[in-house]
Write a protein of this length. Structure first.
Length: 149
């Protein structure tokens, strides 16, 4: 009884990972054992490898990636993205200001609760600013940010 009959299933879903070298040693050995006894999966692996080789020679993937990158760095895209952020942040600050004014002018809430609620939200805001600052520093100093895999 060969491996494909023994397991009752094929390894077709793992063949791409096998070709990419992304499988664990155990998975790789299982696929190799299955391939030694299954002509259907062996043929599928051969076809996948040939397709992959043709795609690599075509140069299409890098051409489209370069074009995509140029489109994303276009000045119109950058301007609209900046304007969108400016409008969203501005509107958010106006809404936040209105909420703060309404909160502090509400006479139905005691001063103690106003202080406690304010401390809670100021703490969350401080944590947010801290994480944002850390991410911005990391973004500037990350030596691997431009590495393409």
């Amino acid at each position: 009884m060969n491996e494909s009959e023994h397991t009752g299933r094929h390894v077709g879903e793992q063949l791409s990972g096998y070709l990419d070298g992304e499988l664990t040693q155990q998975q790789r050995q299982r696929v190799e054992l299955h391939l030694s006894g299954c002509t259907e999966c062996s043929a599928m692996l051969t076809e996948l490898d040939a397709l992959r080789e043709r795609m690599g020679r075509s140069g299409l993937s890098s051409r489209f990636e370069d074009q995509w990158r140029e489109n994303m760095e276009d000045s119109g895209v950058q301007l609209s993205k900046g304007l969108g952020w400016l409008l969203a942040i501005g509107a958010g600050l106006i809404i936040l200001g209105a909420i703060i004014v309404a909160f502090f002018s509400d006479s139905g809430i005691s001063v103690t609760w106003k202080v406690i609620i304010s401390a809670f939200y100021l703490g969350i805001a401080a944590l947010f600013v801290s994480v944002l600052r850390q991410r911005l520093i990391e973004r500037k100093t990350d030596k691997y940010k431009d590495v393409e895999i």
